[in-house]
Design a protein around this ligand. Structure first.
Ligand code: PDD
Length: 287
């Protein structure tokens, strides 16, 4: 792979020169938040939604964000340009910085935050998963209780994905009190046998997905019936269609859950319609 240019605290540097302190609180304490914005045709998808959520996450943690949307847009665009990124993602991470030692309490306002951004090339449109669908294995949701904040504490989602892989699946859905919370890195959806689109309501239990919000709008525009509520694994296994949404997967069909095929085990029609609509709308709105 050709060497990327990475943004670190005001500088655009070659990836091997992109460094932060070993005392950075992101490294020592997972004291940081992140966003992943997708890129199509060299342009950003749902950018303002991602920046709004970044501000919300930072605010919930009293984390300073001394860059406005305009400044962050300039950095995103500059990275896309320098890396000639046509299709893929821009990853942004903001941490509470380094106070030069390990200490639980937050440092004072004189400790500047750390801001890092890098690009990741990925075939978002033609990728196999998005078109052929993915197999899900369920795992207990053992994450913390503020999953609505997009923090970099991703060890448990990584463990859940590894367990899913060991079970022969492509990804994990997390289950708590008998219902699905969300995917390990996406929001979960079903289309019931009665043709009702169902996704879980927002709360501290799940991340408010930016793709989820746009897909809800599209579902309304397509006159689909929608219920915002939790569903069980069994309801999903018996659904007409299942899918997941995220910036890095758009709308991706789910074809099996714990080795039980969803319907005939092939991507559903409404899922495909929503995926196509999301891609078309995103291309239209991209900046
Ligand atoms: N993940 N839920 C979780 C737990 C997530 O990590 C994500 C995104 C989503 C979907 O949110 P959005 O539609 O805004 O991408 C839901 C990103 C892509 C990641 O961690 O790579």
């Amino acid at each position: 792979m050709t060497q990327r240019t990475v943004y670190v605290n005001g500088d655009y540097v070659a990836e091997q020169d992109a460094k932060v302190s070993v005392f950075d609180r992101g490294f020592l304490l997972a004291d940081g938040v992140y966003e992943v914005s997708s890129v199509l045709d060299g342009k950003l998808i749902d950018f303002s939604g991602h920046m709004q959520r970044l501000k919300r996450s930072a605010g919930a943690l009293e984390l300073a964000l001394p860059w406005d949307d305009e400044a962050l847009l300039t950095i995103h665009r500059e990275l896309i340009r320098r890396n000639a990124l046509e299709e893929g993602m821009v990853y942004l991470q903001l941490t509470r910085g380094s106070a030069g030692d390990r200490e639980f309490h937050y440092p004072g306002a004189d400790t500047p935050p750390t801001l890092v951004l890098f690009t990741q090339a990925k075939a978002l449109i033609a990728g196999r998963s998005g078109n052929d669908g993915i197999r899900i294995a369920t795992q207990p949701d053992w994450r913390w209780a503020r999953r609505d904040i997009k923090t970099v504490q991703l060890l448990y989602p990584a463990m859940a994905k590894m367990a899913a892989k060991a079970a022969g699946a492509d990804d994990a859905w997390l289950v708590e009190n008998g219902v699905v919370t969300e995917g390990a890195s996406n929001n979960a959806w079903i289309l019931t046998q009665d043709g009702v689109l169902v996704t879980r309501e927002l709360s501290h239990a799940i991340l408010p997905g930016i793709t989820r919000a746009v897909v809800l709008e599209l579902a309304e525009a397509l006159s689909l019936r929608v219920e915002v509520r939790a569903f069980s694994v069994e309801e999903a296994q018996n659904a007409r269609e299942c899918f997941v949404t995220s910036a890095s997967s758009f709308v991706t069909p789910v074809v099996a859950i714990d080795d039980i095929a969803v319907a005939d085990g092939r991507p559903g029609q409404v899922t495909r319609q929503l995926r196509d609509a999301y891609i078309e709308e995103s291309r239209r709105r991209a900046i």
